[in-house]
Design a protein. Structure first.
Length: 460
């Protein structure tokens, strides 16, 4: 009987242990399916189960819920501040190129009483440039001017005009300045094929300056868009021959050769800012020039029915000529790389003696007059001016020592290949009115006095 009881007790113990093991296994499986970390199992019973649970947990993290995705990638609402900033600054993603000294300014029109004198790069009616004759750089917002030196079109091999406005400016003799003649907006097509005018320039303006573009497009008809510090034509540039002239108030082609400029009311390379209309201009002029080792010779023959110079004071207000001489190329880095706000005569250039300006005239009494307006050194220029009333002509002839033009030790050399700047302006005046016949854009003398507009003269 005792043996039977012991057997029954053993069977009961085995069944009880089996039931307990089944409960532990079920609890472990449930814990894993919930993704929580189970208590550390013993190595000999859970190594396979632990590997399975690690894989299941990794899979859940790599496929996050919508809530966790919102945390890593800002929602539409959370990105609103950045989008608002982008709206205020349309080129938030662009690097804005630094500006240079040159710019385009517009302010009324020549002859309407406002003119362009006094325009500065910082004015609301000015657009500073960031480059001249350079291809656009992708990722950089720029304002680029293109002129005759770049080529026939503004085509670029380096950058795209996708985010640029293209504006074309052409010289208009009716307004004596550069008019906006065509444009392509940011969404325009064929912008890289836009041609550069023979007498004008093109602006590529990034959308960063869209407000400036809109203002230019809205400008009144007849508005002049003046290129400060860069040229839109080189048509006035000339070469002069070597030779010496006799200063006697007589100028002829047999002595000087053909004139380098012939100015009349219809001359495309001349302005008449002070006149009501070119048809009211009753003045023409021929300008001659040559050089030798020591002197620059200038002869100007003016055809005018009237001549009035009461005295040698205020020469520029009456019948006379003004002559600029620059001892370097007007497009030299000395001038174009300066900080002059519109490249006018400034303290630096006049004190350095790089820039000189003379006035020559003949009084009503027949006295020849020569004065110096700009320049450091003592003036030694000689002149003989003569009024021929019968033929209604006035001849101005002068020789200017090359040694007095330019910095000390860097004066003009009277030899072939030398490049300088020379400009001439013809003044006409009476007791009631002062008028002027000038080369294009004032020739660097009248109006804006932009030195870069002084023609380049090469010694041949």
């Amino acid at each position: 009987m005792k043996k039977l009881l012991i057997l029954l007790l053993a069977i009961s113990v085995v069944l009880c242990l089996a039931a307990c093991g089944s409960d532990d296994t079920e609890d472990s499986e449930v814990t894993s399916s919930q993704g929580s970390t189970p208590s550390t199992p013993s190595k000999d019973t859970t190594s396979e189960s632990s590997s399975s649970k690690d894989n299941s947990s990794t899979s859940e993290v790599s496929e996050p819920s919508t809530e966790s995705s919102t945390t890593e990638e800002p929602s539409e609402e959370s990105s609103t501040p950045e989008e608002s900033s982008s709206t205020d600054d349309p080129v938030l993603e662009w690097e804005v190129a630094p500006t240079i000294s040159q710019y385009v300014g517009w302010k009324g029109s020549i002859g309407d009483g406002t003119g362009l004198t006094g325009v500065r790069a910082t004015d609301a009616t000015s657009l500073p440039l960031t480059a001249i004759n350079a291809s656009p750089v992708d990722g950089t917002a720029s304002v680029i001017a293109f002129n005759y030196e770049y080529g026939r079109t503004i085509e670029s091999d380096d950058g795209s005009y996708d985010d640029y406005n293209i504006l074309v400016f052409t010289y208009d003799h009716d307004i004596f300045g550069y008019a906006l003649t065509s444009s392509l907006g940011v969404d325009g097509e064929g912008k890289d094929k836009v041609e550069i005018p023979d007498d004008g320039y093109v602006l590529a303006v990034h959308k960063n300056w869209q407000a400036k573009v809109d203002a230019m497009l809205a400008a009144d008809e007849g508005t002049v868009f003046f290129p400060h510090g860069f040229r839109a034509t080189d048509a006035l540039d000339a070469s002069i021959k070597s030779g010496s002239a006799t200063i006697d108030g007589k100028v002829s082609e047999s002595e000087y050769g053909k004139p380098i400029w012939e100015i009349d009311p219809y001359y495309e390379l001349a302005n008449y800012e002070q006149f009501d209309s070119p048809l009211d201009v009753d003045v023409t002029a021929k300008v001659y020039m040559m050089y030798d080792a020591e002197y620059l010779y200038i002869g100007v023959v003016v055809d005018s029915p009237n001549h009035y110079l009461p005295n040698k004071d205020s020469l520029w207000r009456y019948d006379s000529i003004q002559v600029n001489v620059i001892s370097v190329d007007p497009m030299d880095e000395y001038i174009t790389g300066s900080s002059m706000w519109d490249f006018i005569i400034n303290t630096q250039s006049s004190s350095d003696n790089v820039f000189r300006q003379y006035g020559f005239g003949v009084t009503n009494d027949g006295e020849s007059v020569a004065v110096k307006y700009m320049g450091q050194a003592e003036m030694k220029a000689e002149t003989v001016c003569y009024r021929d009333a019968a033929n209604q002509t006035t001849t101005y002839e002068a020789k200017i020592p090359l040694s007095e033009c330019g910095k000390e030790g860097e004066t003009i050399k009277g030899e072939k290949g030398t490049v300088i700047g020379v400009s001439v302006s013809v003044n006409q005046g009476t007791e009631e009115k002062w008028t002027n016949v000038m080369l294009r854009d004032g020739g660097g003398i009248i109006g804006l006095n932009d030195i870069t507009k002084v023609p380049t003269i090469t010694f041949n």
